[in-house]
Design a protein around this ligand. Sequence first.
Ligand code: ADP
Ligand code: MG
Length: 573
Amino acid sequence: MSTETFEFQVEARQLLQLMIHSVYSNKDVFLRELVSNASDALDKLRLAALRDDTLDADVSDPHIEIEIDASSRTLTVRDNGIGMSYDEVGRLIGTIANSGTAKFAQELREAQEEAGAEGLIGQFGVGFYSGFMVADEMTLLTRRAGESHGTRWSSRGEGTYTLARVDDAPQGTTVTLHLKPADADDQLHDYTADRTIKEIVKRYSDFITWPIRLVPQAVDGATADTTDAEATADTAPEPETLNSMKALWARSRDEVSDDEYHELYKHISHDWREPLETVRLQAEGTFEYQALLFVPSHAPHDLYNQNYQRGVQLYVKRVFIMDDCEALLPPYLRFVKGVVDAADLSLNVSREILQQDRHIRMMQRRLTKKVVSTVKDMMTAAPDRYATFWREFGAVLKEGLLTDSDNRDTLLAVSSFATTHSTDEPTTLKSYAERMKDGQDAVYYLTGESRQSIENSPHMEAFRAKGIEVLLLTDPVDEVWVDAVGEFEGKPLRSVAKGEVDLGGEDDDKAEGEREKQGEEYAGLLDWMKEQLGEDVKEVRLSSRLTVSPACIVSDAHDLTPALENMYRAMGQ
Ligand code: ADP
Ligand code: MG
């Protein structure tokens, strides 16, 4: 069979270089990544077999196997899961997810400048490739369940990889690492020692629901010295299962360490960083379920993509049913990752059925409340973590102000906004209300593209002059929710760019008289301007809102804002 050589993508090559020369302190995680992939492959096989009973696949003993050969310094991780076709190997193993995007390239550069290779690996986590932290060559032999031919992939991590079709490959995937030469002063990281492998599996992969077995190493000399029946295959020691396979979400809180929760998060989310928050919920009664949810510490690149993969997995009595189960949480919580395990669903429940199921809807309501209240608690108990949360996910959460009237009040309470009151600290509406001036009857805001462009707006002049605080709203969703919500604790939310603004204050009576006089004085000018501008404006009037700029354009209180006008125009309306 012919072997073809291919080049890695540019970004993949850069990351590989970093892996090979890595000084990343925690190299052990390569095994977590390979086991995680193997576990995913077994989940996928189970689902494929469930959906298609004509699939010609072996599903009798799904498991993951680790084999060490100390003499040749190889470490093998094998699974009998779904496997990959020839095309899939080229597509999945030769590229890095999201790496084509401009945002990815930029973050790659930034991370490298900030934290060097260590930060880069910690931040991007490059799954399969992490093997190159400990190996100078990796091979992968795979056969997709139901297909007759297999594929061999091989690389030294240096810019190219080879692909070959092979006739005889077992179903599933076998990854072999040719370990780098032993590091004399690094006893802890001897990956040819059973002890090391056992510890790593226990630490990172204990909860994996499939058995992870360690194949016993042939003891040196054993076969040569033993001549009797003991040496026969019948008495060869049995592989040892290294993980407990216990579902973390089914165990009580005090039995599980934070680290264990975090490892589950990393397996589910494919994120290498710690989550920001862990949310547990155990519901008993007629519809029993357990949930273990995580709020990540960073927003993913593709959170606003149409086909963003959500991260909540559905299990039924410990059996994995589906990834990305959208019925479990509303779209505005799509960044939440985790597991929901329901006791009373059928194993072949479909997405369509889930959408209509009454119990699932009740579950969604309860999970939503729980996540939102977690954010609320974080706000008071851990302001720093809340600040991170808001920076990463605030814009998404605000979508809930529009769509989730049940939780609107809580969502409004946990929202914070940039404000003229402070250049770096955002404010809640509650704090804003506490600072409102005597006689101020509304919460003022202005929407725009950036803080700077809003601050430079002529609409802001009078507010600045009078020292009235204005919220500076820069997310596209801000245009919409302020109208939908309308008020906060009885005070209307009012745009400083719409209609007449009555700023109150003591010197207003005096100003009133003066304005009337000015009105008469400038009547001619105003008429002339109206004539000149014609159809383009509804009205030209004297304003009390400007202190420096000679004029500004104001829309009617009920008109669309310019940004929304653009949005609707773009939609062809
Ligand atoms: P991730 O797991 O985050 O997708 P990886 O680099 O770990 O990224 O793996 C890339 C892809 O390669 C996986 O998404 C999967 O499709 C495929 N893959 C990796 N290992 C296996 C395996 N053991 N069996 C089947 N497919 C695999
Ligand atoms: Mg992976």
